[in-house]
Design a protein around this ligand. Structure first.
Ligand SMILES: Nc1ncnc2c1ncn2[C@@H]1O[C@H](COP(=O)(O)O)[C@@H](O)[C@H]1OP(=O)(O)O
Ligand SMILES: [Mg+2]
Ligand SMILES: [Mg+2]
Ligand SMILES: [Mg+2]
Length: 354
């Protein structure tokens, strides 16, 4: 039993570690090569580069698997200068550990192969077979603002998350570090920062330092029991448009939560509650039409559940990763320690009139 998905886990961890080395280089550059996508959201050279490196590693190791990834290469085909900046990053980002780099297959051959590999993330997903879900930079707005972001990779088998890995370069390594109010702003990846969260179904969740050396054994993580709502707080998006804040205030009031929400970008929220630094992740729908993307939740969903939490949508239904690239069957997300999840859902349903 314990060897199940061991190889997938190792490759996923190393692939995320390598991709995060690339994003960290871009994080420290002032010109991040930002382009605006069709939906007006930003994407940077870091997003494209990290996606190329992760898919290259997956294709080397698991060539038959499908990949659902957020970005596509079209903007780079239209802009050779942008393409060349990304190629320079992809070409020169390697794991220090030669053996580990070899396990990943040693990167991407040339600039055309890079474009091709970025576009290998276009699978439709679905209920059948093995599908990797990749968000090369989750929280791009946070990445640009100097806040939190995450490199995210999850393996779905027949629609269920089996392996989840989150690289969070700007979170404290220390699982016990309290979530201060400024966690969402002015972050660094200096000494003491950078954590890699992982989970395999049925085998618990772990955290370990993100790098740059070879990866060490992880430490088991667990959610913090919420014994008194008065001392708990929600963990929510920084972006007002991603979680309805007036609904959240009413839900807090119903539950007796008085502390302000901790705001941070990206799936760093899932990692933070999974290791007991935060309490409850709340993501309340802001529009009737927005469908959450599978790459924004797959890894975090498993990591929280393996750390003793429950993850559902606002109605209390489990997230359904088997219906394509989006969570079309779900609205919003509520992740909380299993013991209080029902209580939170009750308050959410009352306020949202579900
Ligand atoms: N209206 C929306 N509601 C919820 N999430 C959204 C919405 N618009 C974009 N997102 C996604 O939320 C994620 C960031 O989450 P958070 O705010 O918790 O950091 C991004 O992946 C972003 O997608 P995108 O990549 O298109 O920007
Ligand atoms: Mg995202
Ligand atoms: Mg992204
Ligand atoms: Mg994006």
């Amino acid at each position: 039993m314990t060897t199940l998905y061991l190889r997938e886990l190792e490759i996923a961890q190393l692939a995320v570690q390598r991709a995060a080395q690339l994003t960290k280089r871009v994080f420290h550059e002032t010109a991040k090569g930002t382009v605006s996508k069709d939906d007006a959201s930003p994407v940077t050279i870091g997003d494209f580069g990290a996606q190329a490196l992760i898919i290259a590693a997956l294709r080397h190791n698991f060539p038959a698997d499908a990949v659902v990834a957020e970005e596509e290469a079209a903007p780079l085909r239209a802009d050779p200068a942008l393409r060349d900046r990304i190629w320079e990053l992809v070409r020169s980002t390697k794991l220090e550990d030669v053996g580990a780099e070899g396990l990943l297959g040693g990167g991407v051959r040339d600039v055309d192969a890079m474009l091709e590999v970025i576009d290998r993330g276009g699978s439709k997903g679905g209920r059948v077979g093995r599908v990797w879900a990749i968000d090369p930079i989750d929280g791009t707005k946070g990445f640009l603002r100097g806040g939190q972001y995450a490199v995210c990779l999850g393996l779905l088998v027949d629609g269920d998350v089996k392996v989840g890995v989150l690289g969070c370069p700007n979170l404290p390594v220390d699982d016990a570090a309290p979530l201060t109010a400024d966690i969402g702003a002015n972050q660094t990846d200096d000494e003491g920062r950078g954590v890699l969260f992982s989970a395999v179904v049925g085998q618990g969740a772990t955290s370990r330092p993100l790098g740059p050396g070879a990866l060490k054994e992880g430490k088991k993580i667990a959610m913090k029991a919420v014994t008194d709502m008065a001392s708990a707080s929600f963990c929510e998006s920084v972006e007002a448009g991603h979680s309805n804040q007036s609904d959240s205030a009413q839900i807090a009031q119903k539950l007796g939560i008085t502390k302000p929400s901790v705001r941070m970008d990206s799936q760093a929220k899932y990692g933070s509650i999974a290791r007991g630094a935060g309490d409850i992740y709340l993501r309340l729908p802001t529009s009737k039409t927005y469908q959450e993307k599978i790459w924004d939740h797959a890894a975090g969903d498993l990591i929280v559940r393996e750390a003793g939490g429950q993850v559902t949508d606002t109605t209390g239904a489990r997230l359904d990763f088997g219906v394509g690239r989006t969570l079309a069957n779900n609205k919003g997300v509520v992740a909380a320690p299993a013991a209080v999840h029902g209580q939170v859902i009750k308050a959410v349903r009352e306020v949202l009139k579900l």
